[in-house]
Design a protein around this ligand. Structure first.
Ligand code: GUN
Ligand code: ZN
Length: 425
C-alpha cells in the first residue's frame, strides 16, 4: 500500500559544492512511500498517486533524515560543562561520567534516552562512540535496533592515558569487537565501527590491532579524532616522535581508507589533506563542539578543494545540540568568521546526502530518490508565530530554508519516519 505525504519538500540531487543547481525544493510537494518503506516517487502534489492513504503536513517541510556522523553515547549527560579546553575537559568532566557506564542498567537507560532524543530531532542515522564497556555498547545497539535508528558504532578503545577503569588491552578489544560483529552484524541498519578514541589514548599495539581487525573484516568502519587542538597535536607528536604528522600515526597502523571517519581536523597540514584525499578518508566537522571547547575554526574550503567527503557531527558532549539541524547555524557562523558564505544547499548537503555518501550509504539514504529508504522528518514552523511571520517575508524558497536553518530546532520537528514508519513522537 502506498502512502502519500504532502508538504514542502527539500533535498539535494547532487553535490552543491560542484553543482550549483543541486538543491530541489518543491512547495505543495508530495512524497510517496511503498508498503516496504521505500520511496516510490516524489513531485508536485498533483502528480502523486491517487490511491492509498494521504497524510497532509500542510505548510511543514519534509526533509531527508539527518545524519549525525559523530557523537559520544556515554557523554549524553556530560553536555554543557564549563571547561578549559579538550585535554583537561576529558580528564575532569568526561572520564568520570564515562566510567559510570560500567553499570549496564544505567547505560541501557541512557541508550534509550539518547536514541529517542536523536529521532525526535530528525536524526535517523548516527555514528556513535560507544562506551568502553561491551555490555553498555550492546545496550546502545539494542536501543537503536528497537527504535529504528540506523547506527554505526563500537566500543570506545583506550589503553593508556586515562583512568584504569576505562582502559582495555588489544586482546580484549579484539574480542569485544568480534562479539559486537557477531551479535549485530546481520542487521542491515546496524554497523560496527572500530573506535580507537584518539592517538593519545592508544598504544601502538592497540592501533595495530585495529588495522589487523579491519584487514580481516573490511566492511567495518573506523572512527577516531584528529587535529582537534594545538595542545593535542603537540602531545601526539611527542607520543609518536617518528610520525610525520597526526594522520601518519593512523596510516602507520593501516587505519586509513574510505570507511575511515576522522572527526574535527581543524588544524590540518596540507600534506595531511592530500593524503586524506588519496586514501579516501572522510572528515566529520563538529561545529558547536569546536566553539564550545575553543578548539578552532574548521577550514571547510581547504577540505572541499581537496575533494574530501564531509559530514557533520553534534559531538555530544562537547557539542551542545542534540539535533544536528542546530549545528547548521553554527557551521555557517564558523565559515563567516573565515570570510566564507556557505549556501543553504551546501549546509543541507553536509547533514544529509553528503554525509550519506561519506558513509558509503548514498545508495540507501540521503535524499528522496525512488528506491531509497523512506527515512525523513517533518519540520513544522506552524505554531511558532514569529518564525512563521519571518518565513512569509522571504523572497525565495531557498531563503526560507536558510532561515529555518538559523531559527528552527528540535522543538519544530513534528515527526520523524524511518522506513516509512513514524518513530517519533
Ligand atoms: N578527543 C578524544 N576524545 C574526545 C572526546 O571525547 N571528545 C572530543 N571532542 N574530542 C576527543
Ligand atoms: Zn568526539
Amino acid at each position: 500500500m502506498t502512502t502519500v505525504y504532502l508538504g514542502t519538500l527539500a533535498h539535494l540531487r547532487g553535490n552543491p559544492f560542484v553543482r550549483p543547481n543541486a538543491l530541489e525544493i518543491i512547495a505543495d510537494g508530495a512524497l510517496w512511500v511503498d508498503g516496504d518503506g521505500r520511496i516510490a516517487g516524489y513531485g508536485r502534489a498533483g502528480e502523486a498517486p491517487e490511491t492509498g492513504e494521504r497524510v497532509d503536513f500542510g505548510a511543514a517541510w519534509l526533509l531527508p533524515g539527518l545524519i549525525d556522523a559523530h557523537l559520544h553515547f556515554p557523554q549524553y549527560y556530560a553536555v554543557a560543562a564549563a571547561n578549559r579546553g579538550l585535554l583537561s575537559w576529558l580528564r575532569e568532566t568526561v572520564y568520570p561520567e564515562e566510567a559510570a557506564f560500567r553499570d549496564a542498567g544505567y547505560a541501557a537507560g541512557v541508550a534509550r534516552a539518547l536514541v529517542a532524543r536523536l529521532l525526535r530531532g530528525g536524526v535517523t542515522c548516527a555514528c556513535v562512540f560507544g562506551s568502553q564497556y561491551l555490555e553498555a555498547t550492546g545496550a546502545l545497539f539494542e536501543a537503536a535496533g528497537q527504535a529504528g535508528l540506523r547506527l554505526i558504532a563500537g566500543v570506545t578503545l583506550m589503553d593508556r592515558n586515562g583512568p584504569d577503569e576505562l582502559l582495555t588491552t588489544p586482546e580484549r578489544a579484539w574480542w569485544a569487537n568480534e562479539t559486537l560483529l557477531e551479535r549485530y552484524g546481520g542487521d542491515p541498519r546496524l554497523h560496527l565501527a572500530l573506535t580507537p578514541r584518539f592517538a593519545l589514548s592508544c598504544s601502538p599495539q592497540l592501533l595495530a590491532m585495529c588495522g589487523e581487525f579491519r584487514r580481516r573484516h573490511p566492511q567495518v568502519y573506523l572512527q577516531t579524532h584528529i587535529n582537534e587542538t594545538l595542545e593535542e597535536i603537540a602531545a601526539v607528536q611527542r607520543a609518536f616522535p617518528d610520525a610525520w604528522n597526526y594522520l601518519d600515526v593512523y596510516e602507520r597502523y593501516g587505519l586509513l581508507g574510505p570507511r575511515t571517519l576522522l572527526a574535527h581536523d581543524i588544524h590540518p597540514q596540507s600534506a595531511e589533506l592530500r593524503r586524506m584525499a588519496e586514501s579516501e578518508c572522510r572528515v566529520v566537522h563538529c561545529p558547536s563542539s569546536n566553539l564550545f571547547l575553543g578548539s578552532g575554526l574548521f577550514p571547510l574550503r581547504r577540505h572541499v578543494e581537496h575533494g574530501i567527503p564531509l559530514a557533520l557531527g553534534s559531538d555530544i558532549g562537547a557539542g551542545l545540540h542534540l539535533s544536528v539541524w542546530e549545528e547548521l547555524s553554527e557551521a555557517y557562523k564558523i565559515q563567516r568568521l573565515q570570510g566564507e558564505t556557505p549556501t543553504a544547499a551546501q549546509l543541507l548537503y553536509l547533514a544529509t546526502l553528503g554525509a550519506a555518501e561519506a558513509l558509503e550509504l548514498g545508495g540507501e539514504i540521503g535524499n528522496f530518490l525512488p528506491g531509497k529508504a523512506a527515512d525523513f522528518f517533518v519540520l513544522d514552523p506552524g505554531g511558532d508565530d514569529y518564525l512563521d511571520a519571518r518565513l512569509q517575508r522571504c523572497p525565495t524558497l531557498e531563503a526560507r530554508l536558510f532561515v529555518l536553518m538559523q531559527l528552527a530546532g528540535s522543538g519544530h520537528v513534528r515527526r520523524t519516519f524511518v522506513a516509512g514508519r513514524p518513530v517519533s513522537p
